[in-house]
Design a protein around this ligand. Structure first.
Ligand SMILES: [Cu+2]
Length: 196
């Protein structure tokens, strides 16, 4: 009897720990997402090559990873409520390359176009010009998240989509605020974390 109670107790401990174990996949609201539920609006700030700057600062080394707020290749997904207005401030933080931002459909790696063009933009949502803006330039990208579903936020510069310059974007019904989810299985542990 004492043994069974002990096992039950252990089971409670294990169950209690599970949310902690899964913490990396928990939705969270990072500092760069500001929700205004009363206005059904979310303001999002995205810096291209945020981590390139961070890597230079830490190690003075160059990497081939191009990112949005330190995330790339779908290792982060931004999820916004359906019908909300999305106001993205896009800033190019790259010392090396022009970058842009575009809402697109989901692409498997094998079907990614060599280069995205304006007609690939869902709801016409892309920064101008699609070829990219220069270091420290910024653009405002405003659109309404009209249709629930899964999308990409991708860079339309040259081969950047194929090179991993994209993150997940999802529009979801019955969600009370915009959140982000980090996919730890796609995030190498030797890389510095993304923008908190
Ligand atoms: Cu890019």
């Amino acid at each position: 009897m004492a043994c069974r109670a002990h096992i039950t107790f252990l089971a409670f401990i294990v169950l209690g720990l599970l949310p902690g174990i899964a913490l990396g996949a928990e939705p969270f609201v990072p500092s760069w997402i500001k929700n205004v539920p009363a206005a059904k609006t979310v303001a999002i700030e995205i810096v291209a090559d945020w981590n390139q700057v961070e890597r230079y600062r830490r190690d003075n080394i160059r990497t081939d990873i191009i990112d949005f707020n330190g995330y790339w290749g779908g290792n982060l997904t931004i999820i916004v409520p359906a019908d909300w207005s999305v106001e993205i401030t896009f800033i190019n933080g790259s010392l090396s390359f022009p970058h842009s931002l575009m809402v697109t459909r989901v692409y498997a790696q094998s079907e990614m176009p060599v280069k995205l063009t304006a007609k690939d933009a869902i709801w016409g949502a892309h920064t101008d010009p699609p070829e990219g803006i220069k270091y420290k330039e910024r653009r405002q990208l405003n659109f309404v998240a009209l249709q629930a579903g899964k999308y990409f936020l991708a860079c339309a510069r040259q081969t950047h989509l194929m090179d991993g310059h994209w993150i997940g974007f999802e529009v979801r019904n019955n969600l009370d605020q915009a959140v982000a989810v980090v996919h730890d299985d796609k995030f190498p542990q030797d890389q510095p974390p993304g923008r908190p």
